[in-house]
Design a protein. Structure first.
Length: 306
C-alpha cells in the first residue's frame, strides 16, 4: 500500500487529481468486459526459485531501470499480460482484456509528468504505456506495482481494479474512494513517484535512513543505506522493509511484525524481468543521468575566478 501524503500535493497536481476525481464513477462504469482469452496462458517464474541473497534493502532497483519508460512497447506490455496465468475470482476480466475510458491530464511541469490525452475504451496495456511515457516511469515498474498491490495480473477482482496501485490506501486507514479506478490509480501512482523525485526532501531519502518493519512502531526499525532515488521512492510509497522472518520464508506470513511489500516488488521484478540493478551511468557522472525522462541534471554554479 502507498504511504499517502496528500498534504504535500502542489496546487497544479491537485488540480490534475480533481479532474480524475470528477470522472471517477464514469471511469469505473466505462470498463469494458470482453470474452475470456482463448490463448493458453503461461506460468510466470516462481519467486521461490530466486536467491534472496540478491535482495539489498538499500538498492531495491536501479534508477535507470525504474525510470526507463522505453523498457517495453505497448505491444510488449499486451503480450506480457497475455502470457500471465490469470484466474478470475469474480466476473472481473483479466488485465489483458480490461478497457477503461480515460480523461486528459495536463502537463505538471519540467521534470514531472507530461500531458496525458484521454480516450474512450483504452486497453490496460495502452493506459500503462501512455502513463509510463507521460511520467517517465518504466511500464515494468507499473506492472510489478499492480501485482504487488492487488495481484491484478494473476487474480483480478473488482475491488482490485478500484485499488489497482494502492494509491490513497494507507496501511492504517481505509482507502480514499475519490482515487478509485484503474486509470485513476495508475496515473496517480506514477505522478507520485515523479513527485518524490522532484521533491526528494522526505522521510526516506538517499543516505542512512531508519526504516521500520511494520506500521506498529513496537516492531522496531533499522538503518538502511538508501543508495538511489528509485529505492527512496519505493520506501516513500511503502515505508517498510522485510524483517528476518519475512526474508527467511517469503511465501509465508512471517511473524507478527513482517511486511512483504518492498520484498515482493523485488521478487516479482526479478522473476519477470531479471535483475533490476544496472545503471548505465556511474554516480560520478551524476546520478540524475539515469533518470530516464526525469529531472535533468542541474548545472552547478560557476565558481568565479580569482
Amino acid at each position: 500500500m502507498s504511504f499517502f501524503e496528500r498534504h504535500r500535493l502542489p496546487a497544479l497536481a491537485t488540480a490534475a487529481v480533481l479532474v480524475v476525481v470528477l470522472a471517477g464513477a464514469a471511469l469505473v462504469g466505462a470498463a469494458v468486459r470482453t470474452e475470456p482469452a482463448t490463448a493458453a496462458p503461461t506460468t510466470p517464474t516462481a519467486t521461490n526459485e530466486i536467491d534472496l541473497a540478491g535482495f539489498e534493502p538499500g538498492r531495491i532497483i536501479s534508477d535507470y531501470t525504474f525510470f526507463n519508460a522505453d523498457a517495453m512497447t505497448e505491444q510488449q506490455v499486451q503480450s506480457f499480460l497475455l502470457s500471465r496465468s490469470c484466474i478470475r475470482s469474480d466476473s472481473s476480466p483479466c488485465l489483458w482484456e480490461y478497457r477503461e475510458s480515460t480523461v486528459d491530464q495536463p502537463a505538471a511541469g519540467a521534470g514531472h509528468c507530461a500531458a496525458y490525452r484521454g480516450a474512450e475504451n483504452e486497453h490496460a496495456s495502452t493506459i500503462l504505456s501512455k502513463v509510463a511515457e507521460a511520467c517517465g516511469i518504466s511500464p515494468r515498474v507499473l506492472l510489478v506495482l499492480l501485482q504487488k498491490e492487488q495481484s491484478l495480473l494473476s487474480r483480478p477482482t473488482e475491488s482490485g481494479y478500484l485499488r489497482a496501485t494502492g494509491y490513497g490506501c494507507p496501511d492504517t486507514a481505509d482507502c480514499e474512494t475519490e482515487y478509485f479506478g484503474f486509470f485513476n490509480q495508475v496515473y496517480n501512482a506514477a505522478w507520485q513517484f515523479r513527485q518524490y523525485t522532484q521533491e526528494p526532501d522526505r522521510t526516506y531519502m538517499i543516505g542512512d535512513t531508519e526504516v521500520g518493519y511494520n506500521p506498529d512502531a513496537a516492531c522496531g526499525a533499522s538503518t538502511v543505506d538508501i543508495q538511489n532515488q528509485a529505492t527512496a521512492n519505493l520506501y516513500n510509497y511503502t515505508p517498510y522493509q522485510p524483517n528476518e522472518a519475512a526474508l527467511a520464508d517469503p511465501d509465508s506470513d512471517g511473524d507478527g511484525c513482517s511486511t512483504h511489500g518492498n520484498l515482493n516488488f523485488w521478487l516479482f521484478y526479478t522473476a519477470w524481468f531479471g535483475s533490476g540493478d544496472p545503471d548505465p551511468y556511474p554516480d560520478a557522472l551524476g546520478s540524475c543521468l539515469n533518470y530516464r525522462l526525469g529531472q535533468p541534471c542541474r548545472v552547478p554554479e560557476l565558481i568565479p575566478s580569482l
